[in-house]
Design a protein around this ligand. Structure first.
Ligand SMILES: *Cc1c(COP(=O)(O)O)cnc(C)c1O
Length: 455
């Protein structure tokens, strides 16, 4: 093994991407349009203006523009914590005794501890540009809320964050970080919205879900003057902003004369994965190269591997437009696993379409197996991964072990989306062997599917 190969490769500021890449432009078959649930007609950008900032609504609908300029202010903000490093996992390779070359793109180098800041700063920028006076959002594990709190404090925009109640209780320190950046943090379901009160009346002890927190945040946005709602995943605009991850990765790999045989990312709503794979998926769509692309999801919330491809609401309260996606049903309450950022019933419509058309694969993994991988990785590579990110690590390790059996020296790239410093409850439960795996039964899922909207 030649040590002339760098451990960490950073692009220079000049090499950083100046445009985001819009994967939809190269999809011959586009994702199905969002529908208005009342009329079942496709939603137009203008229909979204009461909820979303206008520029973002336009990005949401734009299936044609291949490259979109990153405004200079956002480029400058990115430079405070980007480019993120592309790291060769030499020690992990050695520990696994694999001929595979394993690279990971590390997005945890900012206070939010995740890739989410890439889209948060863009969304806060466009809101400010439009003259909006406040924003609302939801957060699961707390990374998105933290990222958006950072971005909103940078632009002096008041922010209310509805935080999924079980995370709020598991991760009190996340709340304090958000409050330090000036955000107002409310556990969801709360009794401050109609939809929250309705959910509580039905199930007073619920730990909440992302879908439920989304309903509350939207209700607050549409009932408050000058306020809009922003979302940290699932949406097309978010995948667009996250394409910076993949663009940087591809460029750095090119400098090393490498191209991945396998690209792996964890998938909650699909934003880091959609961003990481974007330029590699372009190669695949244009028939240039054909890397294997794998989404990794928790066995407790298996949208791709056990969900259905159908029109569904994006939230529990059924106030959003309908999106065609892999879904477990908007009423599905995943068990309170430790990867809060992956507890979402649906999946990005872009990735859902690509998966449906056979351009990518998906696997689901159990959390005890995920934490085994997390601890092995931490010991070898000195980064304590977020439980969400560790899903990708698990599958990267499994692929590397397969290479060991077959003797193939494949190049593996995975997304290390963030750090797990706020996940001590999770690590403690793994260390003390009290962690259990929750897997929904077929009956649970069938019951949820019967409530899908009839389209
Ligand atoms: C939010 C989050 C995820 C999952 O969200 P995606 O939109 O699927 O990327 C993964 N990892 C970390 C660290 C997160 O914060």
């Amino acid at each position: 093994m030649s040590r002339k190969i760098p451990h960490r490769l950073y692009l220079t500021e000049e090499q950083m991407p100046k445009q985001w890449y819009n994967l939809r432009a190269d999809m011959k078959e586009k994702p199905d349009p969002m529908l208005n649930p009342a009329t079942l007609q496709p939603v137009r950008a203008e229909d979204l203006y009461p909820v979303f900032c206008e520029k973002l609504a336009q990005q949401e609908m734009d299936n044609e523009t291949r490259f979109i300029d990153i405004p200079e202010e956002i480029q400058d903000f990115y430079k405070m914590y980007r480019p993120s490093p592309l790291i060769r996992a030499f020690n992990l390779e050695k520990a696994l005794d694999t001929p595979a070359r394993i690279y990971y793109k590390f997005e945890g180098n900012n206070t939010s501890g995740s890739h989410k800041l890439n889209s948060a700063i863009a969304q806060a920028y466009y809101a400010k540009e439009q003259g909006l006076t406040s924003l609302t959002t939801e957060t699961g594990a707390g990374q998105w809320g933290t990222a958006l709190a950072e971005a909103c404090s940078y632009y002096n925009l008041p922010l209310t964050v509805y935080m999924v109640k079980c995370s709020y209780e598991q991760k009190p320190f996340r709340k304090i970080v958000m409050e330090t950046f000036g955000a107002n943090v409310v556990p969801s379901p709360s009794n401050m919205t109609n939809v929250g009160r309705a959910i509580l009346a039905n199930d007073p002890d619920t730990g909440g879900s992302l879908g439920c927190a989304i309903s509350e945040a939207i209700e607050k946005a549409v009932t408050t003057e000058g306020c809009r709602y922003v979302l940290g995943s699932v949406l097309n605009q978010v995948l667009l902003h996250q394409s910076i991850i993949g663009l940087e990765s591809k460029q750095a790999l090119e400098l090393l004369d490498e191209y991945p045989d396998i690209v792996i990312g964890c998938a909650g709503g699909g934003s880091n994965l959609g961003g990481l794979i974007a330029p590699f998926m372009q190669d695949k769509l244009l028939g240039r190269l054909s890397p294997k692309i794998v989404a990794v999801e928790p066995a407790s919330c298996p949208s791709f591997t056990r969900g259905v491809y159908a029109y569904d609401f994006c939230d529990t309260g059924k106030v959003t437009p309908l999106a065609r996606m892999y879904t477990l049903g908007s009423g599905f309450m995943p068990s309170p696993s430790h990867a809060g950022g992956l507890r979402y019933h649906g999946m990005s419509p872009i990735l859902s379409k690509l998966y449906h058309d056979g351009y990518m694969e998906a696997v689901s993994v159990e959390q005890t197996k995920v934490f085994e991988a997390a601890v092995l990785f931490a010991k070898q590579e000195t980064i304590l991964p977020a439980p969400e990110s560790a899903h990708a690590i698990r599958t990267a390790i499994d692929e590397a072990l397969r290479c060991k059996e077959s003797g193939e020296a494949k190049t593996i790239l995975f997304g290390l989306t963030g750090t797990g410093y706020f996940d001590m409850t999770a690590y403690n439960s793994f260390n003390t062997k009290s962690m259990v795996d929750y897997i929904p039964s077929d009956e649970d899922l069938q019951r949820s599917f019967t409530n899908l909207p009839k389209v």
